[in-house]
Design a protein around this ligand. Sequence first.
Ligand SMILES: [Zn+2]
Length: 402
Amino acid sequence: MTIAYHVGWLIDGTGIPAVENRIVAINAGRIREILDPGDPRLEGMAIIDWSDCTVFPALIDSHVHLVMSGTIEPTFRRKQLNSTYTVRREIIAEHLRQHLASGVLAVRDGGDHNGDTLRYKWDSANNPPPMVTIASAGRARNALGRYGKLIAIPVDEGETLVNSAFGTDSKRDHLKLVNSGLNSLTQFGVESVPQFDENELAAVIVAAHRRGQPTMVHANGHLPVKLAIDAGCDSIEHGFFMGRENMHRMADHGVVWVPTAVTMKAYGDYLKAQGHRSDPSFSEVSRKNLEHQLEQISTARNLGVTLAVGTDAGSPGVHHGLSVKEELQLFVSAGFSVEEAIQCASRHGARLMGLSDRGAIAPGMRADFLAVKVPPQHVPEALHQIVHRVVEGRTIDLDTAF
Ligand SMILES: [Zn+2]
């Protein structure tokens, strides 16, 4: 049976400006057609009236850590990490509920030390399986003694990166590599050295691609980003202080950038809330980092780099679900139109996750969409007020969705 929705404005996920007054016809869980309200084929068809709403594709967060919460309470964070999988699987389920509540229907996970998210994805106790689609890196890889313990396991001494990634523990949706340190939170623009050299990176990326695994690389600073792009990675995560030359490289090679700007906003807010307990210059540094990242986002947009909205949810102050709204607003403040920002949080995320029938409202795509009662330009700030959710053609009531 065909169901038709009369929508006030349609943002289709391709980045084009919103179109007023459309009919979205769906059938068997897929979009069948987008029609004009006067189309004679609508004769006799029951039409659901959402003419006071803007409709847009269900969202995708391209960078999360599902097992970690965005809480800023250090003792709570430690307790979470030292718990058992039984406890942590409940934490993951709660985070997925938060994503769904914020309109996020797919998440790309950047790894956790115990591989809990990958385990959860295939856990037969999840019945029915989670409505939010998960792509998981399992455990990421970092270099011995370098940054990354929370999300990765190190390459053992005497072992190659390829052996570490594709030895015993090789089942995953994509490979995550850590190729720099954290962005410095105490000194503006301080860069760390790469964790791996270009040959190691190229070898592991070739091995991953041979197995159908895309590669996401955590990299900040000029050299760590350059090496990852030259080695053939699929996406750069964070990319703070990577510089214009790397953006040209990304545009040329079709590498996607996931800037996670909201992490700096969250950290700045957190430090400010700490008041006298933290050095005031630290919050100044995160503010400057954020400003610099927004400038980079603006430049990347002008250079034709493909960007995806990813939040790093699970980092201090970065909450699952809610932070997608903030990252979208940051993209808009950096010069993206609302429609382009939504494309980065739908179509571009679907591309990174290999979900070819997701992230756009167009004939043949899966019917996953959301409605808010505001005009298109106010969609980002209205994301906590989603009035309708359609998943695979079915209207979802949040109270009974889990
Ligand atoms: Zn991350």
